[in-house]
Design a protein around this ligand. Structure first.
Ligand SMILES: [Zn+2]
Length: 341
C-alpha cells in the first residue's frame, strides 16, 4: 500500500513537473517583405538567444525541452534545413542550416510565449575594407616591433590561466589610424585601450600576456606574425573595430581561418556576443593576414562598428571595454577549460 502511494505521488509529481516544463509547441516558417521568419510557439516563457557560427544559426531556448513540436515548413532561398535538439538538460535548441550569409534578429514576444526569428540577406560588412587595408599595409615598411611581455599578476597554482601565454595584438597604430568612426577616437586608440584592459584581466587569471605594441606605433604585419610564431604562445587574439560605408550596420563579428582555431573562435564569438550585448553578426572564416599566418589557435575580433553612431558611442566608453575584456577572459577560460587534447 505504502509502495503504491509512493508511486502515485511519484507519478503525480513527475506529471506536474512535466506540465511545468516549457516545451517547443509549434514552429512556423513564413516569408514576408523579403525576409524569412520563424515563429516559434512555446508552452511557457523562455527567452531565446541566437548564435551565428558560419553557416549555422543556433537558437537556444533556456529552461525548455524540445518535445515534438508541430513544424510547418516551407521553401526558402536562405534556409537549407532546420533541426531540433536537446542541447543540454534544460536547453532546447533549433539548428538552422543556411544556404547563404544572413543577418538575423530575435524578438521574444513576452506574454504570448512566442519567439520570432527574422532572417534576411547579410548587409555587406567590413571584409573588403579590411583586405584593402592589409594589402596596403602588409608591404609597407613599419617601425621595428616593440612588444611588451607582462607576467601574471600573481602566480597561484589555482588560477585558471596559470602557465598560459596569450598574445594580444591591438590593430593599427602610428601612421595607420584604422577606422575613423563617428567620433574623436580612431580605431588604433580603441584597440590599444581594449588590449590593455584585456591584458589586466588575463594576468589576474594567471596568464602571461604579450602585447604586440603598447604605444602608438605601427609595425609591419609580417614582423608581427613572425615574432608571434617564435614565442610559443598558446593563443593569439587580434583586436580590431569594424567600419563600413553603411552607417546602419552594427554588431559583433569574429573571424578565424585555420581549422585548428575553429573551437577557440566559437568560444570567443559566443563570449563576446553574450558579454557585450551588441547584435550577433556571426563567426566567419576569412583569410585575414594575422589569423591565416598564426601557427597557434587565433582569432580576429571586431566587437563593434565604429561607423554606426550609436554603437560608436557605446564602444568608445570605458565600461564597454571592461565588458569586452571580461568577455574575452570568459571565452579564453572556456576554451582552455573544455579543451580535450
Ligand atoms: Zn582594423
Amino acid at each position: 500500500m505504502f509502495c503504491f502511494l509512493l508511486s502515485t505521488f511519484y507519478f503525480l509529481f513527475s506529471f506536474i513537473s512535466y506540465a511545468e516544463t516549457v516545451r517547443l509547441d509549434r514552429i512556423e516558417m513564413k516569408r514576408d517583405r523579403g525576409y524569412d521568419y520563424l515563429d516559434v510557439y512555446t508552452t511557457g516563457w523562455s527567452e531565446a538567444k541566437g548564435l551565428l557560427l558560419e553557416n549555422k544559426l543556433y537558437i537556444d531556448f533556456p529552461g525548455a525541452v524540445v518535445g515534438q513540436p508541430e513544424f510547418l515548413k516551407r521553401k526558402s532561398k536562405r534556409i537549407a534545413d532546420i533541426a531540433f535538439e536537446q542541447k543540454d538538460k534544460t536547453t532546447a535548441r533549433l539548428v538552422i542550416t543556411l544556404k547563404k550569409s544572413v543577418d538575423y534578429d530575435i524578438v521574444n514576444v513576452f506574454g504570448r510565449d512566442k519567439t520570432v526569428i527574422e532572417i534576411g540577406d547579410r548587409l555587406d560588412g567590413g571584409f573588403t575594407r579590411q583586405f584593402a587595408w592589409e594589402t596596403k599595409i602588409a608591404g609597407k615598411k613599419g617601425a621595428p616591433l616593440k612588444p611588451v611581455k607582462l607576467a601574471p599578476v600573481v602566480a597561484r597554482a589555482d588560477l585558471p590561466l596559470r602557465g598560459k601565454t596569450i598574445i594580444l595584438d591591438p590593430g593599427h597604430g602610428g601612421d595607420d589610424p584604422g577606422a575613423a568612426g563617428c567620433g574623436s577616437l580612431p580605431e588604433k586608440e580603441l584597440t590599444l585601450l581594449t588590449a590593455r584592459a584585456c591584458a589586466e584581466r588575463l594576468r589576474e587569471a594567471g596568464a602571461a600576456v604579450i602585447l604586440t605594441r603598447d604605444e602608438d606605433r605601427r609595425s609591419n604585419l609580417r614582423d608581427v606574425m613572425s615574432f608571434a610564431n617564435g614565442t610559443n604562445a598558446d593563443i593569439f587574439i587580434s583586436i580590431h573595430y569594424n567600419s563600413t560605408e553603411n552607417g546602419r550596420i552594427a554588431g559583433s563579428e569574429t573571424y578565424y581561418h585555420n581549422p585548428v582555431s575553429r573551437r577557440f573562435a566559437e568560444a570567443m564569438h559566443e563570449a563576446v556576443v553574450r558579454g557585450v550585448g551588441e547584435k550577433d553578426r556571426g563567426l566567419h572564416r576569412v583569410p585575414f593576414y594575422t589569423v591565416k599566418n598564426a601557427r597557434m589557435p587565433s582569432v580576429l575580433l571586431e566587437p563593434a562598428y565604429l561607423s554606426n553612431e550609436e554603437e560608436y558611442e557605446r564602444a568608445s566608453s570605458a565600461s564597454f571595454r571592461e565588458k569586452l575584456a571580461g568577455s574575452i577572459l570568459k571565452g579564453v577560460k572556456e576554451y582552455f577549460g573544455s579543451r580535450t587534447h
